[in-house]
Design a protein. Sequence first.
Length: 223
Amino acid sequence: MKKRFAVCVLAFFSVALANAQSILTAAEFFQTVSARYGAIRDYEAMADIRAGRQTMEGKISFKRPDLLRIDFSRPENQVITYNGDTLTVYLPGSDAVLQQVVEKSSAGGAGLATPQGLSLMSRYYAVAYEVGQDAVPLDDGSEEMVVKLVLSRRNTSEAFRFIRIAVLPDSKLIRRIEAVTPQGETFSFSFTNYVLNSGISDQRFIYDPPSSANYYNNFLFSE
């Protein structure tokens, strides 16, 4: 009888241990996503960006360590580039070029879906599963499955109150990021059609605006 009881207890703890080993915490899963992006040399993807009621669409290009460019199809011909030193925004409707020199210490903010951006998020935000570790539909009725995370800020000085991230479970690539400010404003970035490690040239991130454009420097800090 005692032997049978011991066998049952051993079996119970064996099953419990196996289940425990299959559990991946949200922080650990987030680290796998960060490691995935850390191994990517460059990527391009189609981006759907929503800021409040405004909707933008374009092609995003990224190359390590911190080169970034977005060529918009909506608004047509709008361009955003970051070459590691200077942020440049071309607004075709105003025929204006906005430029801002960015300190190296803050260059990691050039993009959320980059190794630098993910590193900053893990440092300043607490990570949790929104639903659980299993993949769920991206949207109600969607057949596309993702793992959903919620990142909550650790202190009130952060720009976003919380950030939601939807991750493709197999590739560990980010499908969508939604960042919500303390004022309730939502910024959403959806990524599709990734092309990884295609050998993007540095020339891709050099932008020559139209000669007729008016230049405005240090626009982020102007009165």
